[in-house]
Design a protein around this ligand. Structure first.
Ligand SMILES: [Zn+2]
Length: 90
């Protein structure tokens, strides 16, 4: 009888170790280790294409002729590149 208890105890431990092992293999995504670095700024920047204001740290940055442009999405960036805003340098 004692042996049976011991057997189940070992089984229990092995099961838990296995579970932990599996979690370490697949569970890395659930771990919130992507601690966001302190936000640089919450400054809003204007998307020159659609006119939307986007938080600077979330905006897509595009540098052109020494000037930085911020976009709400890649689509707007593409739009910007296509339309060629070269002459807005003034
Ligand atoms: Zn936009």
């Amino acid at each position: 009888m004692h042996r049976l208890i011991l057997f189940f105890l070992i089984l229990f431990i092995v099961y838990h170790l296995f579970k932990r092992y599996v979690r370490s293999l697949f569970g890395f995504r659930t771990k919130p280790h992507d601690k966001r670095p302190t936000p640089i700024t919450d400054e809003l920047v204007k998307d020159p294409v659609c006119g939307t204001y986007v938080p600077k740290r979330e905006a897509i940055v595009y540098g052109k002729m020494g000037k930085l442009y911020y976009f709400c999405s890649k689509k707007c960036l593409e739009e910007f590149k296509k339309s060629g805003h070269q002459n807005d340098r003034a």
